[in-house]
Design a protein around this ligand. Structure first.
Ligand code: NAP
Length: 310
């Protein structure tokens, strides 16, 4: 192994966005180590990467796993509370990761956040993201915060499962008026931005926003047309939507969409005013190119987490 080549550490290289960040780092010639509790997935990368466990309960070991790294790309977070992992724990774990990076002498952290985090948000996901952003800004480390809206591409979960619903359900539920906006960004655009930020110095906050802005209603209509499955849109309250999502989730053995996610969507938190798009791939172009596979199979969040815990 050529140790003169800079080492970059990525959390969750066998997961979703971490995989794309890792591919881009390897293509740029870096050595990559991942911190993950998921089992290795052979054949995922063109070059070998080092794998270390994500030991939040063992700070010394976590520090050693980060030693020698130039940049840490942090994708770690939880989408919802399950299997005893709460948002409060996710916050504490993230702070331990930042502290371990500082102790290990990591030069810079590129942290993947979310659009519109707020410490005053009633939504745990967005509030927790704001708290860890603040902790990173105050850590004394060199940092870059990347705030993506909804991600799509590859084996994404949310856009794929909207497409799955369009293919399989006779009608689609729209929460409220459906006129709130979202700016989905391709996962490889996020990875490109993350790697670019890793190569810079200085503190930076950047949004990862796709080139197209949709209303939720418009997104369902456009995807329905592309998939040749246009569906009547039925207006429902967020509570009814959450109940329906729970029922469908029960049949699918998954969490389809949480009430908090519905509320975040309805508050327009997946779009940002007055920020230029930084993503290049248009969701509608990508959906047309992938029409044969998009939404054909349901992508389960819980089944992925169960594999990770085996
Ligand atoms: N996906 C989106 O549409 C989206 C949109 C906006 C922002 N983001 C943000 O982008 C980042 C990456 O998202 P992603 O979709 O690429 O995530 P992911 O691949 O599913 O997971 C990223 C990392 O978090 C860990 N993780 C996820 N859920 C966990 C759980 N329940 N318990 C323990 N560890 C868990 C994974 O651990 P293992 O490696 O051990 O599996 C992995 O290291 C996150 O910070 C997310 O908030 C995502």
């Amino acid at each position: 192994m050529n140790t003169s080549v800079p080492l970059h550490v990525v959390t969750g290289a066998f997961g979703y966005s971490g995989r794309y960040i890792t591919r881009r780092l390897l293509a740029a010639g870096y050595r990559v180590r991942t911190l993950t509790n998921s089992p290795p997935r052979p054949g995922l990368f063109e070059h070998p990467i080092e794998v270390r466990p994500m030991t939040f309960d063992d700070p010394h070991r976590l520090t050693e796993s980060l030693r020698g790294a130039d940049v840490l790309y942090n994708t770690y977070w939880v989408r919802f509370e399950e299997a005893g992992v709460t948002f409060d724990q996710a916050i504490q774990n993230t702070l331990r990761l930042f502290e371990a990076a500082r102790a290990a002498g990591v030069r810079r952290i590129v942290h993947i956040s979310i659009t519109n985090p707020s410490e005053n948000s009633p939504l745990s996901y967005f509030r927790g993201k704001a708290l860890v952003e603040r902790a990173l800004r105050e850590s004394g480390l060199s940092w870059a915060i990347l705030r993506p809206a909804l991600l799509f591409g590859g084996d994404d979960i949310l856009i794929n499962n909207i497409a799955w619903c369009l293919r399989h359900l006779p009608v689609m539920a729209v929460f409220g008026d459906g006129l709130y906006r979202l700016q989905p960004v391709h996962v490889d655009d996020l990875a490109r931005l993350a790697v670019e930020l890793g190569q810079r110095d200085g503190s930076t906050l950047l949004h990862a926003l796709g080139p197209e802005t949709f209303t939720y209603r418009g997104l369902l209509q456009q995807l329905g047309e592309i998939l040749d499955c246009p569906r009547p849109l039925i207006r429902v309250s967020p509570d009814t939507g959450a109940w329906f999502a729970r029922l469908l989730g029960w049949f699918l053995d998954d969490v389809l969409l949480t009430r908090d996610e519905i509320l975040g969507l309805m508050q327009g938190l997946l779009a940002v005013d007055n920020e230029p798009p930084t993503g290049r791939t248009r969701l509608t172009d990508w959906a047309r190119q992938n029409v044969a596979t998009l939404g054909l199979h349901y992508h389960g969040e819980l089944s992925r987490r169960r594999i990770a815990r085996r």
